[in-house]
Design a protein around this ligand. Structure first.
Ligand SMILES: [Zn+2]
Length: 249
């Protein structure tokens, strides 16, 4: 992996030369390269027997908030222990060359820590905590103790209910403002890069098709073909950390 495929280099250069705009959609593969466990796959002994589909719901929270918060505290710590990789840094650099909207399905803060402005966290953010009952925002994080499974959630200073993570749980709607920004970015861009996303989670997986209907060129960057590959104008089989730095040369 030492060069950008010619067709992709050309479409990026044309976008820059003609005053076009870029939209970058990132998914779990991007974070996995920083060592953050993907949502469904972890071999960590403490949590391996738990099904994320049964922890990441409002019902699970009502039933056993300390268990759900313990799981999220563990995930938050994994994010804090991870570092952005060369692909994250390359996107921050690319945004200095061409107008770029960054839309991510990831709930971590690695893009921000690499210097990017994220236009839309369509699945929310781990650290954008808020009260389960009244929605009051909360930023300070309690201490993490390794190996502890059940952690009583922090309490809301406004109403006393429990503080939940800022992620979108199964069965919940996407945040309105983030989704509106994502759709807007997809509709306006002239070039979309789809990076490290499996293309299985809707509605986010529908953004590349939307961009293409509106006339954008859509390029997938992923180490293996995905559910979206056949809808792409161009496919580059590479990881984010391999490919993105080459785009900024
Ligand atoms: Zn509250």
């Amino acid at each position: 992996m030492d060069a950008v495929p010619t067709a992709i280099a050309e479409v990026l250069q044309r976008t820059i030369d003609t005053g076009g705009t870029l939209c970058v959609l990132t998914g779990a593969g991007m974070s996995a390269e920083s060592g953050i466990p993907t949502f469904r796959g972890t071999h960590d002994s403490l949590w391996s027997r738990f099904d994320p589909m049964r922890l990441a719901t409002a019902d699970a929270w009502r039933e056993d908030p300390a268990l759900v918060w313990g799981w999220y505290r563990w995930r938050m710590q994994a994010v804090r222990d991870a570092q952005p990789h060369a692909g994250h840094r390359a996107l921050a650099a690319l945004a200095r060359r061409v107008p770029l909207s960054l839309v991510t399905q990831n709930v971590d803060d690695l893009h921000e820590r690499a210097g990017s402005i994220v236009d839309a966290h369509v699945h929310g953010g781990l650290f954008a905590m808020r009260c389960f009952a009244c929605g009051h925002a909360h930023t300070a994080l309690d201490d993490y103790m390794e190996g502890v499974q059940r952690v009583e959630p922090m309490r809301c200073t406004a109403c006393g209910d429990r503080i939940r993570p800022g992620v979108v749980w199964f069965g919940e709607a996407l945040p309105d403002d983030a989704w509106t920004s994502a759709v807007d970015a997809a509709e306006r861009c002239t070039l979309m890069l789809v990076v490290g996303t499996s293309g299985l989670v809707y509605p986010a997986a529908g953004l590349p098709a939307l961009a293409r209907r509106k006339g954008a060129t859509v390029v997938e960057i992923n180490p293996e073909p995905t559910a979206l590959s056949t809808e792409m104008d161009l496919v580059w089989l590479a990881t984010a950390a391999q490919a993105l730095p080459l785009l900024v040369g």
